[in-house]
Design a protein around this ligand. Structure first.
Ligand SMILES: Cc1ncc(COP(=O)(O)O)c(C=O)c1O
Length: 388
């Protein structure tokens, strides 16, 4: 997820343009004359939507907030059940709890994403929304998930925070369900420092997101902002112009980032040789974001041994296992204390996911790695695998 690796003069130029042509107006709305009618966040949204092939894009302050706003726009109410998966970042579930809905969490399969069979078993008359998460760049099994959702007439919100630039059967992650959300935090494919984006083709959902994230402002062109019309109360989750400017420079680098990821991951996969590991199953290998290489061993002890030797060699893992406590529901005692469904059972609920995750290792793929460095990396990995 290496947008930060390429931050450079393009981002600086876009930022300086705010000061050179818009008198430093950092607010995304109003001050029309002072800013010379230049609006970076609005431009970023338009370009982002066009790039993704979506009708609408709404910028917000984080991927977490993107999920809150999107769920409210999709009509999720307190008491509704929202189905998501056991391997995800805490935010996916925190947000469901925060709006008073009930998280229903299902196991992942060997794609490390939502198991469609478990999804179908979890559907009840209270299910309002399905949130598959495209973890670490590999899309969930969207054909199966979309057909289950259609059969039960339930909407799908794709958590694409970790998959901006990945695609599934020719469509970008985030544009298959009714709504898609992305994170633009500092670790993601492209970054605005912090930030999020919501995309949809549904005009009503977009309208809700646009108004809710901006205190209910309708941005009615017939009135100045101080007299703007409104029909709902909202919040302030607005992105600022500096983020919009950096976002535009980063968006122009998206294709380069994804191409470099894919080249580097292909190299590693090609030269890592061992019958002790199984690579993660990819739902669409050609669409994989390729910013992470995941494989699993037969036992947890073997995975731990790999990580120990890998660390001695000067390398680190990505989320699995170093940050597994933030990504596996079976460790979230802090979150489930007030969730009756899981408060007593969280430790033992997702055994299939636990079994897979604790035998697994995820390695980061970077954009700027040289071929020499990749060759050295492969050598180290193969030597460690020989010792296991
Ligand atoms: C799967 C997933 N969902 C949601 C988020 C939240 O995004 P943000 O950090 O922008 O709030 C993240 C961020 O790491 C994530 O990985």
């Amino acid at each position: 997820m290496p947008g930060y690796e390429l931050i450079g003069k393009e981002e600086q130029e876009y930022l300086m343009d705010i000061f050179n042509t818009s008198n430093g107006v950092l607010f995304p709305h109003g001050f029309d004359a002072l800013r010379n009618n230049r609006y970076r966040v609005r431009e970023f949204e338009k370009k982002f939507a066009a790039k993704m092939g979506a009708q609408y894009a709404q910028a917000v302050t984080s991927g977490t907030v993107a999920q809150v706003v999107a769920m409210l726009a999709m009509g999720v109410k307190p008491g509704d059940e929202v189905i998501t998966q056991a391997f995800t970042f805490v935010a996916t579930v925190e947000t469901i709890i925060a709006i008073g809905a009930v998280p229903v969490i299902v196991d992942v399969d060997d794609s490390y994403n939502m198991d469609p069979n478990e999804l179908e078993k979890a559907i009840t008359s209270k299910t309002k929304l399905i949130v598959p998460v495209h973890m670490l760049g590999n899309t969930a099994a969207m054909d199966e998930i979309m057909s289950i959702a259609a059969k039960h007439k339930i909407a799908v919100l794709e958590d694409s925070c970790e998959a901006l630039g990945a695609s599934y059967k020719g469509k970008f992650a985030g544009t298959i369900g009714r709504v898609g959300i992305y994170s633009l935090d500092f670790g993601k494919t492209i970054t605005t420092g912090e930030g999020g984006m919501i995309v949809t083709d549904d005009e009503n959902i977009y309208k809700y997101c646009k108004e809710y994230h901006d205190h209910g402002h309708e941005s009615n062109p017939a009135f100045p902002r101080g007299r703007d019309t409104r029909t709902m109360a909202g919040m302030n989750y607005r992105m600022n112009e500096m983020q919009g400017a950096v976002g535009m420079a980063q968006l122009e680098k998206l294709d380069t980032i994804v191409a470099a990821n894919r080249k580097n991951k292909t190299y590693l996969e090609q030269y890592i040789q061992s019958d002790k590991i199984t690579f993660r199953k990819l739902t669409d290998a050609s669409g994989d974001l390729s910013d992470t290489l995941i494989f699993n061993f037969g036992t947890e002890a073997e995975a731990l041994k790999f990580v120990e030797l890998y660390k001695v060699a000067g390398y680190g893992t990505k989320n699995i296992p170093d940050a597994i406590d933030w990504h596996f529901a079976g460790t979230w005692n802090h979150m489930f204390a007030d969730v009756p469904r899981y408060c007593d059972t969280w430790k033992t609920e997702w055994q299939r996911s636990a079994d897979l995750l604790y035998r697994s290792v995820a390695l980061p793929i970077n954009v700027k790695t040289t071929t020499e460095a990749l060759a050295e990396h492969v050598k180290v990995i193969n030597q460690i695998l020989d010792q296991i």
